[in-house]
Structure formats: C-alpha cells, structure tokens
Design a protein around this ligand. Structure first.
Ligand SMILES: N[C@@H](CCC(=O)N[C@@H](CS)C(=O)NCC(=O)O)C(=O)O
Length: 205
C-alpha cells in the first residue's frame, strides 16, 4: 500500500486535490468512492472523514480532510515541489490568506448568491463580502500576476483557481475578463491537464 492515499469521487471537489497531487508529483494511490451508492457513509470511511465527504487523504496513516487543509499540508509535506511559502518567510501570511480565502469567503458568498436566504443577515455579522466584491479582490491580486503570490505558483492558486473554474463553468460566478487570463494560465498547466486525464480515465468518460 502507498503511504499517500487519496479518497476521491468524480466529479467532486476531489478534483482540486487531484490537481494538487499532480503538481506535487509524488506517487499516490487513488480510492474512488461511490457517494450515490452510500460509500461515503461506510464506517471505515467515516473513520477517515466523519462528515462522510470527499476529498480526504491519508498520509503515513494520518487522515486529513477539507480541500484547503489538504492542499496546504501537501505543499508543506513535499517542499521539493516548491508549492508552499515556507514558515519564516513573511509572505507566508498572504499565502495562507489566499489558500483559505475560498473556504472562508468565496464559496460561502457564491452559495449565498445561488441559494439566497429568506432574510438578509446584517452585513457585518457574516465574515465575508458579497461575491462581486471578493472577485474584485482576487482580480486585483492576480494583476499583473501571473499568480496570486507573483511569480511563484503555489497551493493557493490550486485552491482559488479551482473555485473560479468551477464557479464560471457552472454559471455561479460572472465570466469576468479580468480573471479570464488567470484561469486560462492555470488550465494550461501540465499537472492540471494530467489530473483531468486521470479523472476521465478513472470515470470512463
Ligand atoms: N468543505 C469540504 C466540502 C467537501 C464536500 O462538500 N464534498 C462533496 C463533494 S464535492 C461531498 O462529499 N458530497 C457528498 C455528501 O455530502 O454526502 C471540503 O473543502 O473538502
């Protein structure tokens, strides 16, 4: 058994971790779950992720869940890939900010826009701005780019790029000219293409 195991379902947020693993370039074993068939609820999987959701990884026997945590962990665990800003570098602060910005702001704002609440919460009570304001912030950060952290491509680009790609593909975000170049750059990465090919092959599509 490989000491790095990836629990995945196609299609799912697991695709983000697949891309990250391909950027890392270390061997890993993929275990596909049939979520519709209830495999996420099996006791052996609930022991890995008590939410019964994918993705998850198990590295050297220790489980990690949540896309942002997994991507940050992999970037630190395999520094040779150059996908992290290391501890001790002050740029690690903005790097962590971007790696967490989807889970803490973009995704909740996108879901609010897609599934509006019956009553608007007071804007200062929730920890993020509306989607358009967040996308303005991202667009500014990737201009001139080419990446969120400037010249260095990092795990934060895997997380934010995946959110933008998903949001735009499924009509949950506006198609913005000021983000199109950034998304196109990420889509052209070899590791991303490899991840797509592996998912296609694994799902038979
Ligand atoms: N916050 C989680 C979200 C994970 C998630 O919602 N995964 C979906 C697939 S995209 C899932 O497993 N859904 C099955 C279910 O809810 O039973 C993360 O960042 O990993």
């Amino acid at each position: 058994m490989n000491d790095l195991v990836f629990y995945h379902a196609i299609p799912s947020r697991g695709g983000i971790v697949r891309w990250m693993l391909e950027e890392v370039g270390e061997p890993y074993e993929t275990r596909l779950l049939d979520l519709r068939g209830g495999e996420g609820r099996r006791p052996d999987y609930l022991a890995i992720n008590p939410q019964g959701k994918v993705p998850a990884i198990v590295h050297k026997g220790v489980a990690t869940t949540e896309v942002a945590a997994i991507c940050l962990y992999l970037a630190d665990a395999f520094p040779r890939a150059g996908l992290a800003i290391p501890v001790g570098d002050p740029r690690r602060g903005p790097y962590l900010r971007w790696a967490l910005f989807n889970a803490s702001a973009i995704e909740p704002a996108m879901m609010d826009a897609k599934f509006p609440r019956r009553e608007d919460p007071p804007p200062t009570a929730i920890g993020y701005r509306p989607l358009d304001a967040l996308l303005d912030i991202v667009a500014q950060a990737v201009t001139p780019g080419p990446y969120l952290m400037g010249e260095q491509f990092t795990a934060a680009d895997v997380v934010i790029g995946s959110a933008l790609r998903f949001g735009m593909a499924f009509g949950m975000m506006p198609q913005r000219a000021d983000l199109a170049g950034y998304v196109a750059r990420l889509n052209a990465r070899e590791a991303y293409r490899r991840a797509e090919e592996k998912d296609k092959a694994a799902s038979g599509t």
